[in-house]
Design a binder for this molecule. Structure first.
Ligand code: PMP
Length: 408
């Protein structure tokens, strides 16, 4: 059903989130870590768990069949959300981390010494450690695309690093620390030219962009429900169907097999081959509801509003002494995640003082320790607004920063 009116103002969106009803004094600016959930998602979780629960795919009775239909409907919605060719290209997992481990394991079975996995220095640990495990198992070598001085991927270096040895290229769509949208339209053709499999970590990309996996021409695209207004414990990945067919599963168990004997098993076709065991059914339905909710929003206008808040913040920080703002000078191809560092105030102190003012921001290495080393810092403070944040949140942050500086 097409919504008649689309919400375009953060205050209208905010009104749909019970979290803010109960905590009007809280200024939640840690959305890159996890977003809040709209009322309709929470109601879906409750409704299903309270009144409609039965296990899926196995029952021949009505409640189970209805749960199965609804679960599979979410797959259809996700395929439409990412512009995939068909629902069978969408695999459910617990989130980006499990998706990346599944892909690293599966693609890793084809690697041998001398092969190369190309990553970037700006990856989240979830798109780094699984490949390190694979490299240790197979003898493949990991290489990294460096950054320019302006916090973007160095495309000249990338062009040198791609070679026929490159079997996998795995890269975030958007950096969770820098907020930079990586130029996949340049990098993916480079990977294609050498025949590498292309894995995109879309944990942040799907949150901010209208992602079209077909026009991106990636082989795999990974995401987490809890960053996109959905519940924790559910997420997944897109895979081109023929690529999914070539990928061995890493997780065995019920629901993923065609037949089992004491000697061997035959697996189902994708996507079910990758979905062993009972999934978090209500969370999956909640994610489906979050996708419906997105359809009620004017995402483009809301994103533009977010970006305007973030630009105010970078201008403010750049105008004060002691701050290093880890954002490209040219704020295009950037989604408004603001990481910054103060020469005399530790990020944890910054976040702790902000908390006393009701402002929730993240401090630390953001699961990107190698990137911190490249940037020459041990930690940053990260502010990440989303569709329901308003000027009042930013003003509270400014007040908190003034408070912090008074401690100097
Ligand atoms: N990749 C990126 C870019 C992320 O931002 C995150 C979450 N911070 C992850 C992967 C891991 O996501 P999850 O913890 O939901 O598995």
């Amino acid at each position: 059903m097409q919504p008649t009116k689309k919400y375009a103002l953060p205050a209208e969106v905010r009104a749909q989130f019970p979290f803010f009803d109960t905590k009007p004094e809280i200024h939640y600016l840690d959305n890159a870590a996890s977003s809040q959930k709209p009322r309709c998602v929470i109601e879906t979780l409750h409704q299903y768990d309270a009144y409609e629960h039965a296990n899926i795919h196995r029952g021949v009775y009505g409640i189970s069949e209805r749960a199965t239909d609804r679960y599979e409907k979410v797959r259809e919605k996700l395929a439409a959300f990412l512009h995939a060719k068909r629902p069978e290209e969408m695999v459910f997992t617990s989130g980006s981390t499990e998706s990346l481990n599944t892909l690293a394991f599966g693609l890793g079975t084809r690697l041998q010494p001398g092969d190369e996995i190309l990553l970037t220095v700006a990856e989240h640990h979830a798109n780094l450690v699984p490949w390190q495990l694979v490299a240790a198992r197979t003898g493949a070598r990991i290489r990294y695309i460096p950054l320019t001085a302006d916090y973007r991927l160095d495309l000249n270096a990338a062009a040198e690093l791609f070679s026929p040895k490159t079997k996998v290229f795995a890269c975030a769509h958007i950096s969770n620390v820098l907020g930079v949208i990586h130029p996949l339209e340049i990098l993916i053709p480079m990977a294609r030219a050498v025949g590498a499999a292309v894995v995109i970590d879309g944990a942040q990309g799907i949150v901010h962009l209208d992602v079209n996996v077909q026009s991106l021409d990636c082989d795999f695209y990974v995401f987490s429900g809890h960053k996109m207004l959905g519940p924790t414990g559910i997420g997944g990945f897109y895979g081109k169907y023929e690529k999914l067919c070539e990928l061995p599963p890493w997780k065995g168990g019920g629901d993923m097999i065609e037949s089992v004997t004491l000697e061997q098993s035959r697996f189902k076709c994708p996507p079910h081959r990758f979905e062993a065991g009972t999934p978090p059914i209500s969370a999956c339905l909640g994610l489906g509801r979050a996708l419906d909710f997105y359809a009620t929003l004017d995402r483009e206008r809301l994103e533009a509003g977010n970006l305007a808040l973030s630009k105010q913040l970078t201008a403010y920080l750049r105008g004060r002494k002691g701050y290093r703002v880890l954002v490209p000078a040219d704020e295009t191809a950037w989604v408004g995640i603001v990481s910054f560092h103060h020469e005399r105030i530790h990020a944890h102190d910054m976040a702790a003082v902000a908390d006393t003012q009701g402002v929730c921001v993240r401090a630390g290495h953001h699961c990107a320790q190698p990137l911190m080393q490249v940037l020459g810092v041990t930690a940053t403070t990260r502010v990440s607004p989303y569709l329901y944040n308003t000027q009042a949140d930013l003003d509270a942050l400014f007040r908190a920063l003034e408070q912090v500086e008074m401690l100097l």
